[in-house]
Design a protein around this ligand. Structure first.
Ligand SMILES: NC(=O)c1ccc[n+]([C@@H]2O[C@H](COP(=O)([O-])OP(=O)(O)OC[C@H]3O[C@@H](n4cnc5c(N)ncnc54)[C@H](OP(=O)(O)O)[C@@H]3O)[C@@H](O)[C@H]2O)c1
Length: 260
């Protein structure tokens, strides 16, 4: 028999403080939700828009109404593609919490269209958020992560990349070349961060989702023939569900993933 001490707390986030960029909807909101449901003390939800049906405020309200949660969600609006905004966000978070145990760099942008006519502004937007933004967010929060991490239970950085970062998903009329390149960069950025920050008791992992219905993905899903057609191209015969991403995020943030 193996003892497996603390088995009951394997996925317990009690007392933990987390921040999810792009937490107002989609994969980020699934992530913020699972952290709260697993007992997190504070989950910062950040995105650009505060108001509206897709904004931070509705996400915070819904999150704080979850039954049985012990902690709370706090919303802070910030554009994480801009360094000054990232620094302000880090300052505002540190005014509320002196430590950050879990940082999810999830906010991302995409652009699709033909190679020849891809506007440079679109490439800049994608790279500014998906690459520079991830670097700046992690760098600005490193002091808070370092304050939280211990040798036994390191702080966590989770970078949300994409399967587009490891293959060539779409070229031609609906090409996503710079998105794919930006996600490949995000993968390698995360590898570098893992080596840079590991000795400071901060682990870094990358999650590379396939297709999940969301505001970001729905346009491309429709262009590619809709959910039913796209399902057939997936070895599991379906698209992602909220619990698929929530389970991975909970594992990577949990006490038992400290050696990942
Ligand atoms: N859904 C998929 O099929 C899929 C597959 C692979 C990878 N991913 C990745 O998963 C991540 C989340 O995507 P999603 O599908 O959940 O998209 P989504 O539903 O459109 O959510 C994107 C989130 O990012 C926020 N955001 C966008 N630009 C921002 C900025 N400059 N600063 C701060 N926040 C910003 C959005 O809020 P505001 O607009 O208010 O800022 C929103 O909260 C992205 O990195 C994406 O590349 C998604």
């Amino acid at each position: 028999m193996s003892e497996l001490p603390n088995f009951d707390n394997f996925f317990d986030l009690s007392g933990k403080v987390a921040l999810v960029t792009g937490g107002s909807r989609g994969l980020g909101l699934h992530t913020a939700t699972v952290f709260l449901r697993a007992g997190a003390k504070t989950v910062f939800i950040t995105a650009r828009k505060a108001e509206g049906t897709q904004g931070i405020n509705q996400a915070v309200d819904k999150s704080n109404a979850l039954p049985g949660i012990k902690g709370k969600a706090i919303g802070i609006a910030a554009n994480v593609a801009q360094e000054k905004e990232v620094q302000r966000l880090a300052q505002q978070v540190s005014d509320i919490e002196p430590k950050l145990h879990i940082l999810v760099a999830n906010a991302g942008a995409t652009w699709g269209g033909p190679f020849e006519t891809t506007p440079d502004w679109a490439n800049q937007k994608v790279l500014d958020l998906n690459v520079r933004g991830v670097f700046n967010v992690v760098r600005s929060f490193t002091p808070l992560l370092e304050a939280a991490g211990t040798p036994q239970d390191p702080a966590r950085v989770i970078v949300v990349s994409s399967t587009a970062g490891v293959n060539v998903p779409h070229v031609g009329e609906h090409g996503t070349i710079m998105y794919s390149a930006s996600k490949a960069a995000a993968h390698h950025l995360a590898r570098n961060l893992a080596v840079e920050l590991g000795p400071r008791n901060i682990t870094t992992n990358t999650v590379a989702p396939g297709f999940f219905p969301s505001k970001l993905a729905n346009g491309l899903i429709e262009i590619l023939g809709g959910e039913e057609d796209l399902k057939k191209t997936n070895p599991r015969g379906r698209l992602g569900l909220p619990e698929d991403i929530a389970g991975v995020m909970l594992f990577l943030a949990s006490p038992v993933a400290g050696y990942m």
